[in-house]
Write a protein that binds this ligand. Structure first.
Ligand code: SDX
Length: 429
């Protein structure tokens, strides 16, 4: 079938370019503009990349209108229901769900990489006790390239996969170590008999002085949350990992860049910001005042956990998390902020401003309520997001690095600075 094209005519020069139109398996087609500068002498202009596809990918698909999310074609609702987080990691990395034998082997591979180099434990001692855990994680992730010289040859598929195993395995150990550092307690070693989420709970809440058995309800809730946060197409932090990795730097440095990007309150930092917002609102009586502030263009206040670049419908993850929150609160005791969040959602979704702009709760709106119920301090919320998202970052990095057509990312610009001029002598300035 003849390739589809779009004709673009520059009315000022009269020149026309025939641009290939490419269709994916699902979703929007894309206009391939790579020959535009040569044929018409123009760049495209798209700050924030709201209308730009940066790559082709087979990992995750979102339909923002329907509120649909799929990892390798499997709907997120089914994965959250029928799989555990490590099965989903295998799926994102390899493209298919593991057989029972593959699942067992993968879990063993991850289990035997959960320890961290003893030198890393000393690295943490350099941080002030009150350092934000995301600041520590950004530093620690980047430092991993100083420990694993045997797996930074990005062109060797075996080294790429061992790096993936190391990062997935060590994120919970590093996250818990940052938390223990911040409270002055000893960093705990992982326990190989525990599952991925239970091991994390042990390293977070355990102490060398007494036995501790992780609560299965908490472990299950965390495992589902890790699945829901595992990947999300070309979001800001994943795009950061791709751009950083496109220079062929080591994967640990690229992932550290992703952690730094995720920390922003417009992105993964929103889950911490939601709880602070709910605390500030305080009571249902104040909701209207804060909704008005969120709508006021002169007020920097935004409804945290609301709105999304792609979803113009309910974020499917928020629906699952809202239900999970009810289950967790049933076990751990109600939290008045859950009722406050529900009322806030109800009122906002009836307000013309939010309806018109199709602003719905996103993944961050209810997740913090669960984290809080499980005992995590606010500062750890985005670290929990990073644990889940690490596999997504790695899957995209691997997809990019193994693509033979990969080139370094290097956007252009619309220059609006001064035209050429001569440097005046100092006495004339
Ligand atoms: C995540 O990309 C991903 O997939 C991210 C993520 C993932 O899994 O990786 O899903 C995770 O980051 C979720 C988003 C978490 N962030 C927040 O909850 C912060 C609050 N949300 C906003 O900052 C905002 O909605 C963004 C950043 C999420 C999206 O911003 P966009 O796409 O750039 O949209 P926009 O800022 O252009 O907003 C469109 C309009 C604007 O009003 P107008 O100029 O049209 O009058 O909606 C308004 C905005 O002012 N608006 C909000 C709002 N979000 C958008 N107004 C009040 N409160 C909000 N939360």
């Amino acid at each position: 079938m003849a390739d589809k094209t779009v004709s673009l005519k520059d009315n000022s020069s009269g020149k026309t370019a025939e641009l290939p139109l490419r269709e994916g398996t699902l979703g929007s087609s894309v206009l391939d503009i790579r020959k535009l500068p040569k044929e018409l002498g123009h760049f495209t202009f798209d700050p924030g990349f709201k209308a730009t596809a940066s790559c082709e990918s087979a990992i995750t698909y979102l339909d923002g209108g329907k509120g649909q999310l799929m990892y390798r074609g499997y709907p997120i609702e089914q994965l959250a229901e029928k799989c555990n987080y490590l099965e989903v990691c295998y799926l994102l990395l390899h493209g298919e769900l593991p057989s029972s034998t593959e699942k067992e082997q993968f879990e063993t591979n991850i289990r035997y990489h959960t320890m961290i180099n003893e030198g890393l434990r000393k690295f943490l001692d350099g941080f002030r006790y009150d350092a934000h855990p995301m600041a520590m994680m950004t530093g620690v992730l980047g430092s991993l390239s100083a420990f694993y010289h045997d797996s930074t040859n990005i062109h060797d598929p075996d080294q790429r996969i061992i790096t993936a195993h190391r990062l997935i395995a060590k994120m919970p150990t590093l996250a818990a170590a940052c938390y223990k550092h911040s409270i002055g307690e000893p960093v705990l070693y992982p326990r190989n008999e525990l599952s991925y989420a239970s091991n994390f709970l042990w390293m977070m809440w355990g102490r060398p002085t007494e036995p501790y058995e992780p609560d299965p309800v908490a472990a299950k809730a965390l495992d589902v949350l890790f699945i829901l946060h595992a990947d999300h197409e070309q979001n800001a932090s994943t795009s950061t990992v791709r751009l950083a990795g496109s220079s062929q730097t080591n994967p640990f440095g690229a992932i550290a860049a992703g952690v730094a990007s995720l920390w922003g309150p417009a992105h993964g930092g929103a889950n911490e910001a939601v709880l602070r917002m709910l605390d500030e609102i305080g009571s249902v009586d104040n909701i209207d005042k804060y909704i008005d502030r969120a709508k006021d263009k002169n007020d920097p206040f935004r409804l945290m956990g609301f709105g999304h670049r792609v979803y113009k419908n309910m974020d499917p993850r928020a629906l699952i998390i809202k239900k999970l929150a009810d289950e967790v609160l049933e076990k751990y005791g109600d939290d008045p902020r859950m009722e406050l969040a529900r009322r806030l959602e109800e009122i906002a979704l009836k307000d013309e401003y939010f309806v018109e702009r199709r602003l719905y709760p996103n993944v961050d709106f209810y997740s913090g309520i669960i984290y809080q119920a499980l005992g995590f301090p606010y500062e750890m919320f985005t670290v929990l997001f990073a644990i889940g998202r690490t596999v997504g970052w790695i899957a995209h990095w691997m997809e990019m690095i193994s693509d033979p057509s990969m080139v370094i990312g290097r956007p252009r610009q619309l220059y609006v600075g001064p035209a050429e001029r001569n440097v005046p002598d100092l006495d004339d300035r």
